[in-house]
Design a protein around this ligand. Sequence first.
Ligand code: ATP
Length: 363
Amino acid sequence: MAEIVLEGVTKRFPDGSVAVRDVDLAIADGEFVILVGPSGCGKSTTLNMIAGLEDITEGTLRIGGRVVNDLAPKERDVAMVFQSYALYPHMSVRENMGFPLRLAKVDKTTIDSKVEEAARVLDLGDFLDRKPASLSGGQRQRVAMGRAIVRDPEAFLMDEPLSNLDAKLRVQMRTQISRLQRRLGTTTVYVTHDQTEAMTLGDRVVVMRQGLVQQIGSPAELYDMPRNLFVAGFIGSPAMNFVSASLAGGTLRTPLGDLPLDDRARRALEQRGAPPEVIVGLRPEAFEDASLARGTGGPVVTATVDVLESLGSDAYVYFQAEGGPVSTAELEELATDSGLRDTGAGASQQIVARLDAATRARE
Ligand code: ATP
């Protein structure tokens, strides 16, 4: 079993700064877990502690049931894939991929067959005798993956492996990594600051900020039930809109107008002991063109199109909301991406907010 379990793991650097604080995380055998968060939040440090590239200041790390705090990287049976690929320029693809096995004194016939097998899985068969310099970024990335695969390790640890690739290749490689991980069933911990990667690749996602875990959950849980404002604003693109609101009986009074609460939502707020002042998070898809909306019961807001970004299949429309019970200066910019006509920048249109597509978060 290649479970990875962190208990109260903390990293304090010699200068006194604490990069990772009291992290508890249990990764199941075969699970694909993503560490995501803004730059400097401690995700690489966490991964490096699992790999053995950084000491653990406090806490316990277990891999496959063994406490590995004091084991050297090579004794942990994990394979790391770096953003830089870290290939040896003077070695062929075949030699690069077989390198970890040569280090482990595996016999040549076994190395050859493992390299051939990995090359087949990664579609690198035609490149085995080439040097890294003559490969594209995506091919080099695959060689780096191949070097991890040949060892058949307990776990893959990947630190932003796609960030040197262009946008199109990133998407291709993302799918390939997902397929490969499912096929091999190897426990994988993957660091990224890209929330699309996090949401598409992970069985579970760990959102970090300033060394602290903010939430651990499936992509759907993070999207639908963010535990705090940070997660709510970090997950989702375009980002969630936030408006302040006061609770008055069965209604949320917001600068956009009154949002009626259904019984379930009211009960949930009561159970949490919500204060009279709350913050309402409205996902972009919570807004609809008022002329097309069918009895949603939300307030109709007159808004001016600020910026319109057309992506072909979707359009992101950024609005400045007008009117309403408070002045525009107090309103957040609204972003919406569904059911809206392309009326062009500067145009005014009526939009309606649906509370069933809203997420309430409170810090
Ligand atoms: P990025 O996405 O930018 O790589 P990250 O989330 O991976 O960021 P880490 O590299 O884990 O962040 O760094 C976490 C914090 O620890 C940062 O504030 C960083 O400056 C600090 N840090 C990293 N290495 C050291 C070190 N050797 N000494 C002191 N502080 C360090």
